[in-house]
Design a protein. Structure first.
Length: 343
């Protein structure tokens, strides 16, 4: 009897040791071939809007330890975007070649199953969108619906096949993201069809008048006639907007001296003008900084059917629409569009 009790006690002790062995942090490390000088691996949490940048050594190696309060699906950036899922006790090795990240990326270690699932899901999304996202949003309705249905079936099959090997929290996140993605795509398709008829290329842009200018006085859209205009609609409370700020600065610098005005319109409340001004100063924002007159209900915002920010718009020198829903500054497609305009 005593031997059985001792054995039971040993089992309990071993179980406790296993629980204690669970690390309260995650490790991310790896090596980047052809690293970009001065560029770190940036992990951005779109829920909390917090980010961490992991320094990359001259030989391309990087490593960091992150203590997480909960599982997080990070938007990860190193010249290109990819997702990384982390929870405490993961030890994830991510290697890739900076010259061809998507094709070269390899993931191993504790957490590889979830993160390799993300890679496979990304391929499904790439097959869905094709090489041109706007072309995808302009497919015939029957073709668009067929592609959405195939994507849904492929994703469901993939998740069912891998579910037993994946962290339950990860599965929950993926199901919610899939639901939001499909709903969002359907809404974007509807919006694009409407925008083609109301906000198409070459159509006169809706106007705004007498928006508070950070530097002095007030400004209207007509004040910028004679120049191309890149408009950024944002707010101080918007995490994704703040994420784009350094990329906007990079694009501004690239087109410095060209015939284009970079106009940022905040939809913060007028009574939060001080908060708006403080963020512009703290973040060192450049370009033309304006505060809309009636927040998200401003007539200019409503005329562009803006329901989510950030939103980016490109206008030509006559105030006509070039792109009513332009790529984000963090996406290389934006620079390609601007270069094509021969500004």
């Amino acid at each position: 009897m005593k031997k059985l009790q001792a054995l039971a006690l040993l089992v309990v002790m071993l179980s406790c040791q296993k629980i204690i062995a669970q690390k309260e942090y995650a490790i991310v490390h790896g090596k980047i071939e052809n690293p970009i000088e001065g560029l770190g691996v940036r992990l951005f949490d779109p829920i909390s809007s917090k980010s961490v940048t992991i320094k990359v050594a001259a030989d391309g190696t990087y490593r960091d330890t992150l203590k997480l309060d909960k599982p997080i699906l990070f938007n990860t950036f190193y010249d290109k975007f990819f997702n990384v899922y982390l929870i405490n006790d993961m030890n994830l090795e991510i290697n890739f070649d900076a010259k061809n990240i998507y094709k070269s990326i390899t993931i191993s270690g504790k957490g590889e199953k979830e993160n390799n699932f993300l890679r496979t899901k990304s391929k499904l999304e790439a097959d869905l969108y094709g090489s041109d996202y706007m072309e995808f949003l302009n497919l015939e309705k029957t073709v668009f619906d067929a592609k959405i249905n195939k994507f849904s079936a492929d994703f469901t099959s993939l998740l069912k096949q891998k579910k037993s090997d994946l962290d339950p929290n990860f599965v929950t996140i993926q199901l919610k993201m899939f639901e939001n993605l499909t709903k969002g795509l359907l809404q974007q398709y509807t919006d694009e069809q409407r925008n083609k008829s109301e906000l198409g290329i070459g159509m006169p842009s809706p106007e705004f008048k007498n928006y508070i200018n950070y530097k002095e006085g007030k400004s209207s859209l007509k004040d910028f006639r004679g120049s191309f205009v890149f408009i950024d609609v944002w707010a101080t409370w918007c995490g994704p907007c703040k994420y784009e700020m350094p990329f906007i600065a990079k694009v501004e610098k690239q087109f410095h001296g060209k015939n284009i005005k970079f106009v940022s319109i905040s939809v913060d409340r007028l009574k939060d003008e001080i908060k708006w001004r403080n963020m512009i100063k703290a973040q060192g924002l450049t370009g033309i900084q304006l505060l809309a007159d009636k927040e998200i209900a401003s007539s200019f915002i409503a005329a562009y059917y803006i329901q989510a920010i950030p939103r980016f718009i490109i206008l030509d020198k006559e105030g006509k629409i070039v792109n009513s829903d332009a790529p984000r500054p963090s996406e290389p497609e934006l620079v390609e569009i601007l270069k094509s305009l021969n500004i």
